[in-house]
Design a protein around this ligand. Structure first.
Ligand code: ZN
Length: 197
């Protein structure tokens, strides 16, 4: 399902991208496109929920990318949903979101690249007494094994990354893009009709 959706939605981009890890890559998955059609989002959430450990009591996702898959998974599971945000570089639970001591937390991500955000979410909820029990992602680009938690995904799509100093795309002089910054230009405004009187 995910592979055909990636194609249909043109969500797998080719180019020269600066990832949030600081590494460069020739590919980028624009996961939000998979949720553009809300029925697709619902199906993805249901598919993720089928991979969830039965003990999960709350779903927690990192903003911004994790919010759509996390919310849809929580909806399919019937659990509460919270999200963490970065504030001055630190991952935090804001907006009066609370986890209960001992509550079993399932982390849901859109794309797992290095596993760093998952580890930070796990630490944030652990500090408040909850117990991270696993991570689900729509697409695992290789970071699942580095989260320190049981990880499952709908699609494994290993990512080829380059350190900036060894990047063949830099060597070819391709302009570096920050993913998500591609904006559609607005269509030209229709000229106002002459008023007939
Ligand atoms: Zn590069």
């Amino acid at each position: 399902m995910i592979e055909s959706l990636l194609r249909e939605r043109r969500a797998l981009l080719s180019g020269h991208f600066l990832l949030s890890s600081g590494l460069h890559s020739g590919q980028y998955v624009q996961c939000a496109r998979l949720f553009e059609n809300s029925r697709d989002g619902e199906r993805i959430g249901a598919a993720l929920a089928r991979l969830a450990p039965p003990a999960a009591q709350v779903v927690v996702s990192p903003a911004l990318g994790g919010i759509l898959p996390g919310y849809e998974t929580a909806r399919a599971l019937g659990t509460p949903f919270l999200f963490t945000e970065r504030s001055g570089g630190e991952m935090e639970l804001r907006r009066e979101f609370r986890v209960e001591p001992g509550q079993k937390a399932l982390i849901v991500e859109d794309v797992l690249t290095t596993g760093r955000s998952t580890r930070e979410v796990a630490e944030t909820v652990s500090l408040r007494g909850a117990v991270p029990i696993g991570v689900l992602s729509v697409i695992d680009r290789g970071g699942g094994k580095d989260t320190g938690l049981p990880a499952r995904s709908l699609l494994s799509l290993p990512l080829e990354t380059f350190a900036p100093e060894n990047c063949p795309l830099c060597a070819r002089g391709l302009p570096l893009e920050k993913p998500g910054s591609r904006a559609m230009s607005a269509p030209p405004r229709p000229r106002e009709k002459e008023t007939e009187c």
